[in-house]
Each structure stands twice: as C-alpha cells, then as structure tokens.
Design a protein around this ligand. Structure first.
Ligand code: FRU
Length: 448
C-alpha cells in the first residue's frame, strides 16, 4: 500500500489535523510565545470549537501542546469560542466565549468565561464571569463574543464583540478589579457595522490601536472580501470608556486574512490565513486552515505599519539586471528597487501554473487564477471572480518588497501594508521569474 504524501506548511501554524480558524489567547508567557487557536480536531470542517495550543521561542518554529480547552462543560457545551490571555500573579488566564444551545435549541447563548493555568499547559475552567445578566437588554445575548482582556492602571478591561437589537454591530466594554467580578462600562466603539456583528476586537493600549473584524459587509462600502478585518488608530478614553478613531484602514489587501490578534506582552500580530465561506483544498491532506506569519506592528504616520517576523538563515543576494530566475517554495524573498518603473513576478511557476504579482497603474496586482487548485468563495465582484487582489504601491524612491512564501501561502509586504493569500499549486511548480525595470534592483532569498 502506498501511503499518500502529506504536504504541510513549514513554518505556518496549522492544526496537527482537522480544522482551525481564529488565533486565540496570544501571549508571551514565561519566556515563550503561546498561540492558541479555534480548533475542531475531528474533521476538516468547522465544528464544536476547542482551543488548540502551540508554543515557540522564535515565532517561526512551533511545538504542539495538548488541546487547552474542550467544549465539555454546561457553560460551553456548544463551543469554546475565541478570546484572549493575560498573566496575573504568575498564572496564565484565558478568557473565552462559552457557547451553549438554548433549551429547545432555537437560539444560542454566549457568555464570557475564564480558565487558569499554573504551568501554561493544563487549564482549569472557572466558569462564566461576564454573563448576559450584566449585558444591557438592548444587545443580543446570542451575539456576544470574543473577549479581549488587558490591564490599565488598577483595572482589568475587557472588550467584547456585540450587536444591538437594532441591528448595529458594536464593541462593548467591561471593567473589573479582579478578573472575576465585572461591570458594564458602555459602547467602546460605535462603528455601524452595516447590520452585522463586530467580531474579535483587539485593543492594544501600548500603541493605541484597535483591530476588529466584520462578517457580511454591505457591498456599497467597496470591500473586496465579504468578511474583512480592520485597524483603527486613535485614543482610548478610559474616563468615558470610549475609543476615538482618527483613521481606519484594512489589515490586509489579500484574499485570506481574518480575526487578527496582538500578543499580550509583545507588539506582534497573528491572524487566520484563510476566510469563511471558501473551500480549503488542503482538506485532502487532513487539515484545513492556518495562521499568518507573525507581523511586527507599530503606528507610524497615523496608520498601522506591519512587517513580517521570520527566523531565517543562509541569505543569498543577487543584483538584478532586468530579469532573474530562481527556484523557491518556502522562504523569504526581498526585492529592493530604486526608481521602480515596471515589475512582474511569477511565483510557484511550472509554465502552466503560476502566481503573479505585477505593478499596474500604481498598484500591486496579485493574481492567483492560475495558481493551482481553485478556491471558490461568496464574493461576486469582477476581481474576486478573476482571482485578483490589489494593494496600493508606496511609489517611494526605494521600493522594498518582502514576500513570505510557504507551502500554500504567499504574504506580500510593502511600506507597512500586506496582501496575504493562500495558493494550492502542484508540487512541481517551484520556479520564480522576476522581470523588472528600475534604476537598480537587488534580490535576496533567505531560507527558513
Ligand atoms: C471569527 C469567529 C468568532 C468566533 C469564532 C468561532 O472568525 O466567528 O467571532 O468566536 O469565529 O469559531
């Protein structure tokens, strides 16, 4: 019997097997980076949510730990949904949404729960700490999830994704002195999300930004993905429990990014490198869904600025005179061009299949229509149907493009902006062809 070869990403987190979605509880705890994730280990489709768990010293090499949370108690029997982590008195606390089916099964209830660990590996559940009894009655208790906890002054603060009964998406804020007894503060963020819940809020008090995700947005607002994640920069007014945004932008211009979260204790963001409502071709290898490469983030010139974090080795540098060919499946490619005029790059190329990045009318144009196995989503706009995503080009005197490649993914960074997409090329598609017109250009390849 021949055992089919299983292909997996080399340095992007996936489940050991089964389904994963949002990153959860990201924290730098006792000298290690801990990442948890929404996980259904028994199928390559979404199911009752567990929290999978990995740790790393360098954010590139990850080690699996036992599943941290399972949906097996009366307050989370339908699922342990997304949440965050905080360290207190040396212990690691996870705050997550316990989902239960109503009696009669007609609707769900979502409450915020706590779990604690002394060793960062095994967790003891402590039950509901923010229940629907302290959520004002003008919010829907079945759309109340994804707690993000942080400490400021002498208080713990918790932002939770919510929806008013009038249909508007909100983020609501709670505060507590001890992580167990919470009180409602108010609406943290009032962006009318176009009739859908706001999910996975992530307020970063060190740098003053807020990340959030929205499902099923109105087409009129011109989003390329039906489900999109955003950053907002601005200021938190703790007096009134209000976040005032001065600018809002998209977290990622690609096909596949949702539910990004920041590590507690480090200015690093990881998101889900996938998207709701699309087929996931890696299911044939027994896993579906992965996490993005970690991104170092800061607020610069009034916007969120993101750069990849990868532990690399063996850098090779070449000067590019018009064109260059190479072979790359995994690694980090950096292309630096002065006075860039024209650009075309084919990745994972075997002649018939390739993934393309071009500079057209002042924008990066990414095309995965010929990448390999097709991915079909719910988007119906022309670009989506043609496999295209666009990202603004900085038009700087020196353009520095960093491309993180792994099995099944391409993440393109330029001037703090990102375009991330999954791709499923055939195994023999490993060529790279660069054509460029610039005053000068260098190409660098680093292995992982
Ligand atoms: C976001 C989300 C969260 C929820 C989780 C369930 O992708 O819908 O709001 O907690 O996924 O898996």
């Amino acid at each position: 019997m021949t055992i089919p070869k299983i292909i997996k990403p080399a340095f992007h987190v996936t489940g050991e097997k089964g389904w994963i979605n949002d990153p959860n509880g990201l924290i730098f705890y006792k000298g290690k980076y801990h990442a948890f994730y929404q996980h259904y280990p028994f199928d390559t489709k979404w199911g009752p949510m567990h929290w999978g768990h990995v740790v790393s010293d360098d954010l590139t090499h990850w080690e699996y730990l036992p599943i941290a949370l399972k949906p097996c108690d009366e307050f989370d029997s339908f699922g342990c949904f997304s949440g965050s982590a905080i360290e207190q008195d040396g212990k690691l606390y996870l705050m997550y949404t316990g989902v239960v089916e109503n009696q009669g099964g007609e609707t769900f209830r979502q409450n915020q729960c706590l779990a604690v660990s002394e060793d960062g590996i095994t967790f003891k559940k402590l039950g509901i700490v923010i229940g629907e009894d302290i959520l004002p009655s003008d919010y829907e208790p079945w759309n109340f999830r994804d707690p993000k906890v942080w400490k400021h002054d002498d208080w713990f603060w918790c932002a939770v994704g919510a929806k008013r009964r009038d249909g508007t998406g909100r983020i609501v804020l709670f505060k507590s002195k001890d992580l167990f007894n919470w009180s409602f503060v108010g609406d943290l963020f009032n962006k009318d999300s176009g009739g859908t819940i706001i999910e996975c809020p992530d307020l970063n008090q060190e740098q003053g930004y807020l990340l959030y995700s929205e499902q099923f947005q109105p087409k009129s607002e011109g989003h390329q993905n039906v489900h999109t994640s955003y950053w907002a920069v601005g200021e938190m007014d703790y007096q009134n429990g209000n976040y005032k945004a001065t600018a809002i932008g998209t977290m990622d211009y690609g096909f596949d990014l949702y539910a990004p979260q920041t590590f507690t204790g480090a200015p690093i963001v990881i998101g889900w490198l996938n998207m709701w409502d699309r087929n996931v071709p890696s299911a044939k290898y027994g896993f579906a869904g992965m996490l993005t490469v970690p991104r170092k983030v800061c607020v610069k010139d009034g916007r969120l600025y993101q750069t990849p974090v990868v532990a690399t080795k063996d850098a090779i540098k070449k000067i590019v005179d018009k064109s260059l060919s190479d072979q790359v499946v995994k690694g980090v490619i950096t292309i630096t061009a002065t006075e860039l005029k024209q650009f075309n790059l084919k990745l994972r190329n075997n002649g018939e299949n390739y993934t393309e990045l071009s500079l057209i009318d002042g924008k990066w144009v990414f095309n995965r229509s010929r990448s390999g196995e097709q991915i079909v989503g719910v988007e119906t706009d022309e670009d989506s149907l043609a496999g295209i995503r666009r990202m603004p080009w900085s038009n700087n005197h020196v353009t520095t493009l960093t491309i993180v490649m792994d099995e099944f993914s391409v993440e393109i960074f330029e001037d703090g902006k990102v375009l991330s997409s999954t791709i499923y090329p055939p195994e023999d598609a490993n060529g790279l062809i660069l054509n460029v017109k610039a005053q000068s250009c260098t190409y660098q390849k680093e292995n992982v």
